[in-house]
Write a protein that binds this ligand. Structure first.
Ligand code: HEM
Length: 141
């Protein structure tokens, strides 16, 4: 299946890896989520907690296609070879998914507080940094 997809893409002139383009969805939404969450503690900006929460939802929706594209690139460009950074990325992507679902379920963006729920926003940034770092190591060595 993987080679059929890449053969089709190359026939229509697309020869790049798929995953890097999609990574911007979860990466950007996670960064936006924490920035808006922190900004919501400033006077008169409480409403931005909702914006941060919406970033969490969109980031969560972006995980499946991003991880799938990562899987396809791994099969196509790295021949599905198991290496440390691939395993690390799978673990981090799973943890990020769990953390985002936890926020989606637990958080009350109408009443943002500097509590454990806000701690989860910091956690998703750390996980996203880990994913970006391990992706960079795979891509650029
Ligand atoms: C939501 C989860 C994920 C995020 C946010 C993410 C993020 C990234 C980023 C930022 C890069 C560097 C891209 C660049 O050079 O511009 C990257 C590269 C890479 N990632 Fe991921 N990643 C995720 C999940 C996965 C998974 C599950 C796999 C494999 C099963 C994977 C495999 C790869 C590979 C092979 C590369 C090297 C570049 C390529 O050939 O696509 N990623 N990732």
């Amino acid at each position: 299946m993987t080679e059929t997809i890449f053969e089709f893409l190359s026939k229509v002139g697309f020869t790049h890896p798929l995953h890097p383009a999609l990574t911007h969805i979860p990466m950007g939404m996670v960064m936006g989520a924490v920035v808006f969450r922190l900004a919501s503690f400033l006077p008169r900006l409480k409403i931005l907690a909702k914006t941060g929460y919406h970033c969490v939802i969109l980031g969560l929706l972006g995980i499946a296609p991003t991880a799938f594209a990562g899987y396809l690139d791994w099969q196509h460009r790295y021949q599905g070879e198991w290496e440390f950074f691939i395993i690390l990325k799978m673990v981090l992507a799973s943890l990020l998914t769990i953390a985002l679902i936890s926020i989606a379920i637990m958080d009350d963006p109408e009443n943002p507080k500097f509590d454990r729920k806000t701690g989860f926003y910091f956690l998703i940034v750390l996980l996203a940094i880990g994913l970006g770092f391990s992706g960079g190591e795979l891509q650029y060595g």
